[in-house]
Design a protein around this ligand. Structure first.
Ligand SMILES: Cc1ncc(C[n+]2csc(CCOP(=O)(O)OP(=O)(O)O)c2C)c(N)n1
Length: 355
């Protein structure tokens, strides 16, 4: 039986925990929703797991009681913070990581390695791990407290917690925006049977490209969140004409890729940011990035930017056509709505390892 999520979050608050530093995972969706709904614990949405871990370290050093929640894939991103900050300074606080599993033949190959090796990875950082108890909230809270005072990481299995919906006031309303599928279908029409390489990022962009861009040359990057622009840069430096299609959470995860890309102008690389204000693929959590000026960041990283955010399909069509006529390093920000869930690309399609 699943643990009552709201009671678990209340238990954390009763034990003095003050902040939840998070990069979402669908396994942790209910805890995240309960924390967002609850004003007694501060939800700190983070650009990457490295950021989450460092913020939590700062909170702890300053006397607060943080908890970090991440996906198993993100534990790799925390390696530097855990081994070179937390370890030498003996800083401890609860780190909860989901444990993504893998079945042979599944196309979620990004999880295959850590599905068996997560404990080894955690051990290599110098930590023990405990699996969060699925039967008793009291035991689960004791485990969290153990992680607060010792070098132990909590591992969260699927369906540990009961369902919690976000309260209405926290829900995003994107119904006024054109869904991403329409922009993708437009590019499919414009670039079908050309050798332009479309790279889809981790998250729902790649999935939707599989459904809505059947006639273009696509690569669906299932893992390596934050690395799509750099992957595209590599391909562009090798002579390909590339369009990277990304999401707003992916944009910020390894933003240094943009400053690196900005060095190169004599290439053909377009970065299309589809901003749906959310982590659609992990449960639709708000990215809380309305303060971020994506065009400003791209511009100051030396990308050639379309100055206005595009929301309209015909405007997109004209702008994209113009962009594609010349080479260079370009950036276009599209504000879009959300589509229904689409299937993942199958294994043989995801596994293509040449462009
Ligand atoms: C390193 C890492 N951390 C977290 C995740 C879990 N994750 C997968 S997709 C995603 C959010 C993607 O959101 P966005 O880029 O905005 O694209 P959308 O799904 O909204 O299209 C997250 C957090 C991951 N795959 N890898």
């Amino acid at each position: 039986m699943a643990l009552d999520t709201n009671k678990f979050v209340d238990g954390l608050i009763d034990n003095g925990y003050s902040h939840l530093c998070v990069v979402p995972c669908s396994f942790a969706k209910n805890v995240i929703n309960a924390a967002i709904n609850n004003d007694s614990i501060e939800y700190v949405p983070c650009a990457s797991e490295a950021v989450a871990c460092s913020i939590a370290a700062g909170l702890k050093m300053a006397g607060s009681k943080p908890i970090v929640i991440v996906q198993s894939s993100g534990v790799t991103n925390m390696g530097s913070c855990m081994t070179s900050l937390l370890n030498p300074y003996s800083l401890t606080f609860p780190i909860i990581t989901s444990w993504r599993t893998y079945k042979a033949g599944n196309s979620e190959i990004q999880h295959k390695h850590l599905a068996t090796e997560l404990p080894t990875l955690i051990a290599s950082y110098g930590y023990e791990h405990i699996v969060i108890d699925q039967d008793s909230i009291d035991t689960a809270i004791v485990q969290i407290n153990t992680c607060d005072t010792s070098k132990t990481v909590s591992v969260l299995k699927k369906d540990t917690f009961t369902k919690v919906e976000l309260e209405e006031k926290h829900k995003l309303d994107l119904s006024g925006y054109t869904p991403r599928s329409e922009f993708l279908m437009k590019m499919n029409e414009m670039c079908k049977k050309t050798d332009t390489l479309f790279i889809g990022t981790t998250g729902n962009t790649a999935r939707e490209m599989y459904s809505f861009m059947p006639d273009t040359n696509n690569f669906y990057m299932a893992g390596n969140m934050g690395g799509a622009l750099s992957l595209g840069l590599g391909a562009a430096l090798a002579g390909k004409k590339v369009v990277v299609c990304g999401g707003d959470a992916e944009f910020v995860m390894h933003m240094g890729g943009m400053t690196t890309a900005g060095r190169y102008k004599d290439i053909s690389l377009t970065y299309l940011l589809f901003d749906n204000e959310s982590n659609k693929s992990t449960g639709g959590q708000n990215t809380y990035q309305s303060h971020v000026n994506y065009i400003g960041i791209a511009k100051s990283s030396n990308l050639d930017c379309i100055d206005e955010i595009v929301t309209d399909l015909s405007e997109f069509s004209t702008t994209f056509e113009t962009i594609q006529k010349t080479t260079g390093l370009k950036f276009l920000c599209v504000k879009c709505g959300v589509d229904e869930e689409t299937p993942r690309p199958p294994l043989n399609v995801v596994k293509a390892s040449e462009f």
